[in-house]
Design a protein around this ligand. Structure first.
Ligand code: ADP
Ligand code: MG
Length: 568
């Protein structure tokens, strides 16, 4: 293709642009963070590809980001010498949204500006945030390893379409030129841009360079010098000492690795020494992503080897039930040319995964067991957002099953709310005298479980019952038979034995009643031969005349319904 072409944006991009410009205006400074973040990712990608192909550097190994402005032209330019984009890449990366969960996201938009602004932040704003301050963006880009004539210029006013045409670009990498909207001139200041970079992008490990400025006594104004200065600290955040990192810097780094707009819920940062040496900086987000349920989705961990970026989404580093954790693992032991296949087999990776799992559990325990209200609230948020995924750990992670069980939270008959805030330990502490089992009811919904006739006898005796109504619960329960030596018992299983909760008088009375109705029961059993396996007199009901129960060793009614619904 030699001439200029005009192409349309994907429909979702148009919608995103519209929304972003209007709803994120009060946060407009973030455009620079997003563009610097992309430049940094581009450098990481080049470093990675160059591990096996040093020629890609073309003797320019000093990766950096350059930020400049032109008062006369009213432009800001962010330039990098990273991987760059080919024509096809520019079309697909800057003209469409490839993110998983995109459809779901757009389905949730309401048209209410404030609500949508919060949502859009969760979705991640990225490149298009440039249009908050610019009414035209020009991208000149050349992929590493291609010729100067293979470069392209992408340009758009952020409305419905963009143009793309071949250009000659002497250097590899990407140059993003923002043509500022009317009224955005305050951004045309070295001081202003530097302060935004220090605030949001200090953690970026490449140098971010800007021209030095000097006060000119004669002209009575600041003038640009021919020298450059590094505006940020330019060292990998995770490699710095904890004591030297401010909470805001941890937050901004999180936003960079997670593409999240909000800060994290909590984090853990450690240098691990010994048999395997690595640094871990792990975060739990404050909200679930749109595609949390996609078990095939790769995780949110970036793998580095001795500061060199190796890959995004290194899901071997974390078990599946912790797939919501974001952050960085930097190993000192793995080879630079490690592939996903090698990761699968590696002993070092196994050690890292086990260590990181323990760290995440520790971080959650710290919130769950805290006395401070703030931390307790954080745990409640964690549970609301990720509890259902976390429960998968009971089946997946036998080693840590007990720790995970302590972190589980359930709704219960104790209070009239579907909030999952009762732990097994809370339950055990409140057990009635003579009670030696943990009772639970399952159901398709909180309402169904709460109103189950099986609960009548427990209400009468004042015994608390846990209400388990998440899809994953039945599956989880098949891996969890007891807690703290106390058997977990479904209220819906046949032959319910209330043990010492029943007194002698009750037991005697029950026996008499059973004898009295023996003949009737036998008749009913005959009449229901092919419908019911067993008919018996029950004492578990106080209001309802009859109920169905599952046999002791059989699947519960709720699980049977679920399996049927899943076509099994
Ligand atoms: P994200 O960073 O979450 O992938 P963005 O909207 O920020 O989403 O960027 C979209 C894509 O455009 C990036 O994934 C990348 O492939 C490409 N891109 C953006 N900026 C650059 C750049 N400076 N160099 C190379 N590729 C880039
Ligand atoms: Mg980005």
């Amino acid at each position: 293709k030699t001439e200029k072409q005009t192409l349309g944006f994907q429909a979702e991009v148009k919608q995103l642009l519209q929304l972003m410009i209007h709803s994120l205006y009060s946060n407009k400074e973030i455009f620079l963070r997003e563009l610097v973040s992309n430049a940094s990712d581009a450098a990481d990608k080049l470093r990675f590809e160059a591990i096996n192909n040093d020629a890609l550097y073309a003797n320019d190994h000093a990766l950096k980001i350059n930020v400049s402005f032109d008062q006369a032209a009213r432009t800001i330019t962010i330039a990098d010498n990273g991987i760059g984009m080919s024509r096809d890449e520019a079309i697909s990366h800057l003209g469409t949204i490839a993110k998983s969960g995109t459809k779901e996201f757009f389905g949730q938009l309401s048209g209410d500006q404030q609500k949508d602004a919060a949502l859009i932040g969760q979705f991640g704003v990225g490149f298009y945030s440039g249009f908050i301050v610019a009414d035209k963006i020009t991208v000149n880009t050349r992929r590493a390893g291609t010729a100067p004539e293979d470069a392209v210029c992408w340009e758009s006013t952020g409305e419905g379409e963009y143009s793309i045409e071949p250009i000659v670009k002497p250097t590899r990498g990407t140059e993003i030129i923002l043509h500022l909207r009317e009224g955005e001139d305050e951004l045309l200041s070295g001081w202003k841009l530097k302060s935004i970079i220090r605030k949001y992008s200090d953690h970026i490990s490449l140098p971010i360079l800007m021209q030095k400025e000097e006060w000119d006594e004669e002209k009575k104004e600041t003038v640009l010098k021919d020298e450059f200065e590094t505006v940020n600290q330019a060292s990998a955040l995770w490699a710095r000492n904890k004591a030297d990192i401010a909470p805001e810097q941890y937050d901004e780094f999180y936003k960079h690795v997670s593409h999240d707009f909000q800060g994290p819920l909590t984090l853990t940062h450690n240098k691990v020494e010994g048999r395997s040496e690595y640094t871990q900086l792990l975060y739990v987000p404050a909200h679930a992503p749109f595609d949390l349920w996609d078990r095939n989705k790769r995780g949110g961990l970036k793998l580095y080897v001795k500061r060199v970026f190796i890959m995004d989404d290194a899901d071997q580093l974390m078990p599946v039930y912790l797939r919501f954790v974001k952050g960085v693992i930097d190993s000192n032991d793995l080879p630079l040319n490690v592939s996903r296949e090698i990761l699968q087999e590696s002993r070092d990776v196994k050690v890292i995964r086990e260590g990181s799992t323990k760290r995440v559990l520790g971080m959650l325990e710290e919130l769950a067991n805290a006395d401070e209200q703030e931390k307790k609230d954080k745990y409640a948020t964690f549970w609301k957002e990720f509890g259902q995924v976390f429960k998968e750990g009971i089946g997946e992670d036998a080693t840590n099953k007990e720790r995970i069980a302590k972190l589980l939270r359930f709704a219960s008959t104790r209070d009239d709310s579907d909030q999952q805030n009762v732990s097994f330990a809370d339950y055990v502490a409140r057990m009635k005298e003579g009670q030696d089992k943990i009772y639970y009811a399952t159901g398709e919904s909180y309402g169904a479980a709460k109103n189950s006739p099986h609960l009548e006898i427990f209400r009468k005796k004042g015994v608390e019952v846990l209400l388990l109504t998440d899809r994953v619960d039945e599956w989880m329960l098949s891996f969890l038979q007891d807690f703290d030596g106390k058997e977990l018992v479904s209220v819906a299983k046949g032959g319910l034995d209330l043990g010492a909760l029943e007194d002698e008088a009750e037991k005697k009375q029950h026996q008499e009643t059973e004898t009295e109705y023996h003949d009737l029961v036998a008749k009913m059993k005959d009449a229901l031969t092919d419908k019911a396996k067993e008919v018996r007199v029950t004492f578990r009901l106080t209001d309802s005349p009859a109920c169905l129960v599952a046999d002791e060793n059989e699947l519960s009614g709720n699980l049977l319904r679920m399996l049927k619904a899943a076509g099994q």
